[in-house]
Design a protein around this ligand. Structure first.
Ligand code: OOG
Ligand code: NI
Length: 465
């Protein structure tokens, strides 16, 4: 009898659960944060019937309790190549290119996540994955040393890679292999309280950039945070101090709105953790390292290229106004007043992506009369309904803010900004998917399906022309 096959969605869920359990055991504040987020989500849903109904229609209610993202930082091209293969087993693929050097952080990144609707519904686990850009270290000797140190480590267990090989040839893993794979893959993300370098080397790396020390000094790319999704980030931010957690000063991303857009995020400071550094003559010395922190996020609607352009422009104008942390929120809210805060406007001006569905009344009505032929008229007649498509990705400026806050200082180098997507994709061994195309496809597919449901493939063709 052939062995039972595991599907990618199940493997991803097993993995994200294992990761969450590991992190909860190691970083107790993460557990506290999860509890706070769950309490807040329950209360928000209780008070906002419309939000609940909309989340229900787009099947987001179910996934909310398992929804997390995490982040790792890699040091070598082949590490990125192999992590892509590892994530592929879990149905997670590289989406988007993020250049953080523009914001003074010497990395570029992608996000591994599921792509299709069914997979996202099942469990939208994402991992923001950065690759250190050693080419941005100016000190030649230090760069060479960092390369040598990184060259010696093996961040994947041999068995994890073997199982990836089996998956690639067979197209699947058995249930038993999948369980083994999850255990083996988890090892890569584990915290190591022993550095691979001496305290002196650590300090030199640290002086070049704290992030360089974080990537180069350890045996593996420890998961540095896991982020639950909240439905009300302001409430969680306000609730954190009551549970003994100190949040960062400002929430990254757009301001609070009636119609949430993109992504709002906030974090709490990284913990200072004891580390044993390896000295000469097989001795060790105590030190500390800060890397692991907590974060929460609230997700809103995905913006079209037009909407995203407006968002970016407004954000730049806020930054240029140079507000202090105290009036940052006021400035942000003020500037964003020009961004329509109304679902109907967001749709009609082509600023955001929506998922269309045929209403039950619309389906009935279409059996009796020929329906209007444009999407706008169908919406106006209540035949078509639309719900926001949730933004599944990240924001480079926010990510830089999160990096900065948990690196402990405002240390900010000015790297000659050279975005290098080609080098990143060469290391990755694949091109990253374009997130805008994915959202546009989701919207199109939903519309086509709704129109067909209204009884007319012809109508579908006409309305979408
Ligand atoms: C990743 C920071 C980016 C986010 O949510 O934008 C990120 C890191 O610190 O490694 O996770
Ligand atoms: Ni994050």
């Amino acid at each position: 009898m052939p062995a039972l096959r595991a599907n990618a969605d199940e493997i991803r869920t097993l993995f994200s659960r294992a990761m969450s359990d590991m992190y909860r055991a190691e970083v107790p504040q993460y557990g506290t944060l999860i509890d706070l987020v769950n309490d807040t989500n329950r209360e928000t849903l209780r008070r906002h019937e419309q939000l609940r109904a909309s989340l229900e229609r787009s099947d987001e209610l179910e996934r909310l309790n398992v929804e997390r993202h995490g982040a790792i930082r890699l040091g070598r091209a082949d590490e990125l190549f192999n992590i892509r293969r590892i994530f592929a087993v879990m149905g997670m693929h590289p989406i988007g290119y993020y250049d953080l050097s523009l914001a003074g952080v010497p990395v570029h990144a992608t996000a591994f996540r599921p792509i299709d609707d069914a997979a996202l519904r099942h469990n939208p686990f994402r991992v923001f994955t950065s690759l250190l850009r050693l080419d941005l270290i100016e000190d030649n000797a230090l760069r060479t040393e960092a390369e040598r140190i990184l060259g010696e480590r093996r961040i994947f267990t041999p068995r994890a890679l073997e199982l990836v090989g089996i998956f690639e040839t067979e197209g699947h893993l058995s249930v038993a292999q999948a369980e083994e794979f999850v255990r083996e893959a988890l090892e890569t993300f584990r915290w190591h309280s022993e550095a691979t370098v001496s305290l002196e080397v650590y300090k030199r790396l640290h002086d070049a950039h704290r992030l360089i020390a974080d990537v180069v000094s350890f045996r593996g790319p420890h998961i540095n945070h896991l982020t639950p999704r909240t439905l009300d980030i302001d409430a969680v931010q306000a609730g954190m101090p009551r549970r003994g957690i100190a949040p960062k000063a400002v929430i990254e991303g757009p301001p609070r709105r009636d119609c949430p857009i993109l992504l709002r995020q906030t974090s709490f400071k990284a913990l200072e953790e004891p580390i044993l550094f390896r000295q000469a003559a097989a001795t060790e010395v105590n030190g500390t390292h800060t890397a692991r922190f907590g974060e929460i996020e609230q997700r809103g609607v995905a913006l079209t290229p037009k909407g995203r352009k407006l968002y970016d422009q407004l954000l730049v104008s806020v930054r240029q106004a140079g507000a202090t942390a105290r009036d940052y929120d006021t400035e942000l809210t003020e500037r964003f007043k020009v961004f329509p805060d109304d679902w109907s406007e967001l749709r009609s001006q082509g600023l955001a992506f929506f998922r269309y569905s045929a209403t039950p009344a619309g389906i009935e009505a279409c059996k009796r009369h020929a329906p209007p032929s444009s999407v706008d008229d169908l919406v106006a007649a209540g035949i078509l309904r639309y719900d926001p498509i949730v933004y599944e990705d990240f924001l480079p400026v926010s990510a830089a803010g999160i990096f900065q806050s948990n690196l402990g200082t405002d240390q900010r180098q000015n790297y000659a900004a050279r975005s290098n997507q080609v080098a990143f994709e060469t290391a990755l061994g694949a091109e990253v998917h374009d997130e805008m195309k994915l959202y546009a496809e989701t919207e199109r597919d939903s519309l086509e399906q709704a129109l067909v449901q209204l009884g007319s493939p012809r109508l579908a063709r006409r309305a979408m022309a």
